[in-house]
Design a protein around this ligand. Structure first.
Ligand code: FRU
Length: 486
């Protein structure tokens, strides 16, 4: 693993020429994705500013140009007409002011009237590296570029720690107000959310209070990337709690959870109905954000970073890392959250191939699982050994995913085997593989499992319990990977 000095990690990009060679080099990697958004160079992490505006989906990702390292963060901007085909638009936000001198950290977007607004964290650091996070805004101009407001909307509160970031903007019809949810940490190091309110998007912001979530006063040390959405009359609160281990999540201290409940803006209380849940049971899923302006009260559209903070991935050696997940549709049915792959993704299918051959690096698999125990191993060696192994126990209704058999092992100190528990017997799996990731959707969205995976040349085989109906479609590329830096 390469050691980076602070100066190297926080170097400001002066010209595209500084990363052109890096781009040309990583372009040839066998692990570059073909239907997932990925970093143009270097590292991508959280999705940011996801919104539908004038018929176009805008998305940015946290981007460090220089390599597989969390250093100076930019927003890199991509666009789509259908959430399936994406194109590179260039740099969205760059750290070029006092307020964001050490990075444009995460945030959200909202379309209002004929304008698309973005809210982000300006990560300011002094010379002694003391951090001051500012909540800042930008607006998309007629040339499709994000233009920053000169001054932040507000600075941090001094009754909380320096960890105050990731503004999520929401409009509340009843109150006729906008609210910003900020991921934060109390002075005694508990994770929480701070809420600000205003009647205007770019002015009048004042602190409303700390979000109360009864039962969750001590739950992790920082709540990153809060997101709240109403789906079919239920409020869904999603966030990424850190600095704590949670049951069934190995040694990881970074998680992405959700709760279904009721948000009361009078008392600033989110009352969960029942327990919290893992948004995804896989190894690599974090900082999920929903799109604004979806325009359907019964559906949200969510995208996440395939990756976790603090973890390391084999493409570090190639100086790049990270990917966005597929966008997924969220619905609440009978009090439960269901997550399904974005509608229309099937349009990427090429002619179906008959099981028996090898696995394409980019493909969709659909498996109908009969009653009883079931095993599937993807990206095995020719003799069926190794691979990403899924075994289902019908007694417990738990799928166990094990990646210990892969040639390229990674994050072995965090976890390599995890369970995906189901509420109902396993009947169906939809699996999306793309060069260096695998996303599994069980039983029409009852549970999901996302992981990076880096098969080597000899690992493009699979095994499945005999007699199982499995269909495989190679996938067409849908994400352009052009060098657009401006
Ligand atoms: C989550 C996060 C955010 C922050 C961003 C910085 O992964 O730590 O809280 O805004 O990444 O890249």
């Amino acid at each position: 693993m390469r050691e980076w000095t602070r100066d190297e990690r926080y170097r400001v990009l002066q010209s595209p020429d500084e990363i052109r060679d890096l781009y040309e080099r990583i372009k040839t990697s066998v692990y570059r994705q073909t239907y997932h958004v990925q970093p143009v160079t270097g590292l991508s992490s959280d999705p940011n500013g996801f919104a539908l505006h004038n018929g176009t989906w805008h998305l940015c990702y946290q981007w460090c140009p220089w390599g597989a390292v969390h250093g100076l963060k930019y927003w890199y901007h991509v666009k789509s007409e259908d959430l399936i085909h994406w194109q590179n638009e260039g740099i969205g936000l760059k750290p070029d002011t006092y307020y964001d001198n050490r990075g444009n950290h995460s945030g959200s977007g909202i379309s209002k009237g004929d304008k698309l607004y973005f809210f982000y964290t300006g990560n300011h650091r002094d010379e002694d590296w003391t951090r001051t996070p500012y909540t800042c805004a930008a607006v998309l101009d007629d040339d499709g570029k994000l233009q920053k407001l000169e001054k932040p909307l507000f600075g941090p509160r001094d009754d909380h720690s320096e960890h105050q970031r990731d503004p999520k903007i929401v409009w509340n019809e009843e109150k006729q107000k906008y609210y910003i949810f900020i991921g934060a940490q109390t002075l005694d190091l508990r994770g929480c959310v701070l809420i600000y309110e205003s009647e205007e998007l770019l002015s009048g912001w004042k602190f409303a209070g700390e979000l109360k979530v009864p039962g969750y006063e001590k739950f992790g040390g920082m709540w990153e990337c809060p997101y709240i959405v109403n789906i079919s009359g239920k409020d869904v609160l999603i966030f990424s709690p850190q600095y704590t281990k949670l049951p069934g999540r190995g040694e990881s201290t970074n998680h992405n959870v959700y709760m279904i409940g009721k948000m009361d803006y009078d008392t600033l209380t989110f009352t969960p109905e029942g327990d919290y849940h893992y948004l995804d049971f896989g190894f690599d899923f974090y900082a999920a954000q929903g799109a604004a302006n979806v325009g359907d009260p019964d559906k949200a559209i969510l995208i996440a970073w395939i990756g976790l903070p603090d973890n390391h991935y084999p493409t570090e050696e190639e100086d790049w890392e990270g990917s966005m997940s597929l966008p997924r549709e969220l619905r609440v049915v009978n009090g439960k959250l269901l997550q399904t792959p974005i509608t229309g993704i099937e349009s990427l299918r090429e002619d179906e191939i008959k099981p028996g051959g090898s696995l394409p690096a980019a493909c969709e698999l659909e498996v109908s699982v009969p009653e009883g125990a079931f095993d599937l191993a993807l990206f095995t060696r020719e003799d069926g050994s190794g691979g990403l192994r899924l075994s289902y126990n019908p007694e417990t209704k738990v799928c166990t995913l094990d990646r210990t058999g892969m040639d390229k092992r990674f994050n072995t100190n965090v976890f390599e085997v995890l369970d995906m528990p189901l509420d109902t017997p396993l009947k169906k799996l939809r699996i999306f593989a793309d060069h260096s990731s695998v996303e599994i959707f069980a039983n029409d969205g009852e549970a999901t499992f996302t992981t990076h995976l880096y098969p080597t040349e000899r690992e493009f085989h699979f095994t499945v319990t005999p007699g199982i109906e499995m269909r495989i479609w190679p996938y067409r590329a849908s994400v352009t990977d052009e060098f657009v830096i401006e």
